[in-house]
Design a protein around this ligand. Structure first.
Ligand code: C5P
Length: 268
């Protein structure tokens, strides 16, 4: 029996506040996460042995064995069969490429245990809906009633290792997010977002200065909309008032930077 396609959406950290560091080195986070309508696709065919193939436009350099987090998720969930992973998201890019793929497998395998052993972003990806993430990523609180957002995602094709970005962070005890507005109109929500941060942006830019170019290029087309990096980078996003504006900006950016990965999407 073949299970139908499973969608693994891009995870976007609209905010990422680093609020402290544990004795084991892991950082305490306070992050608002939403999910995009762009992502990878998995096709899972149960069988007695585990095997994997990777296809799709962003499959270059993606391992199809135990090095892949989906493979590790299969072992974690005691699932066996063939995993066909169709990559549309850049990996190691701050938008949960690997974590969302792993979470998609866990969901398809009806896994009900602790997913945090697979990585700090896997629990929120397993939740799969807008959430406030804290602890080191394992505390997930659903956030309901957020308006749908229109965004453009841009990745300049550089990989920034997450541990290196955290290590370059100069201040680890930063303020948490301010209280989310209760009236979640798009205007109030975006205004609130504007006052929040991604504390990993500065260290990521110092590791890969091209991220500053991405932020600048997004600011130029964003008509005053929020522009920020997601996760530990290098993917950045800009928010737009509607789908048409986002698509137009994506087209402009892709024309000027044909070597960058650029996608218009909706976040929910
Ligand atoms: O859990 P994950 O594999 O995504 O984390 C990669 C690395 O990022 C960790 O080894 C750690 O150096 C850093 N990290 C952190 N604090 C977190 C999450 C990740 O310091 N909350």
């Amino acid at each position: 029996m073949t299970t139908p396609e499973v969608f693994a959406p891009a995870k976007i950290n609209l905010t990422l506040h680093v609020t402290g560091q544990r004795a084991d080195g892991y950082h305490l986070l306070d992050s608002l996460v939403m999910f995009a309508d762009v992502g990878d696709t998995l096709r899972l065919t149960p069988a007695s042995q585990l095997s994997m193939s990777v296809t799709g436009p962003l499959s270059d350099g993606v391992p199809s064995d135990h090095r892949n987090l989906v493979w590790q998720a299969a072992i974690h969930a005691r699932w066996t069969g063939h995993i066909d992973l169709e990559k549309h998201l850049p990996h190691g890019a701050g938008i949960g490429g690997g974590s969302s793929d792993a979470a998609a497998l866990l969901r398809a395998a009806n896994f009900a245990g602790d997913a945090s052993a697979l990585g700090a972003d896997v629990p929120v990806c397993l939740h799969g809906r807008a959430a406030r993430m804290s602890g080191i990523g394992e505390v997930i609180r659903p956030v309901d009633g957020l308006p749908q957002l229109h965004a453009v995602l841009v990745n300049p094709g550089v990989h920034v290792p997450t541990p290196r970005v955290f290590a370059a962070l100069t201040h680890k005890d930063n303020p948490a997010m301010s209280t989310l507005p209760t009236a979640q109109t798009a205007g109030a929500f975006v205004q609130w977002l504007r006052d929040q941060r991604n504390d990993l942006e500065a260290p990521a830019v110092s590791a890969q200065p091209v991220i500053a170019d991405v932020l600048k290029a997004l600011t130029k087309v964003a008509c005053g909309g929020v522009v920020r990096m997601s996760g530990s980078g290098a993917t950045c996003f800009a928010l737009f008032q509607n789908k048409g504006q986002a698509e137009l900006a994506a087209k402009d950016l892709a024309g000027v930077h044909p070597d960058w990965w650029v996608r218009a999407c909706a976040l929910s």
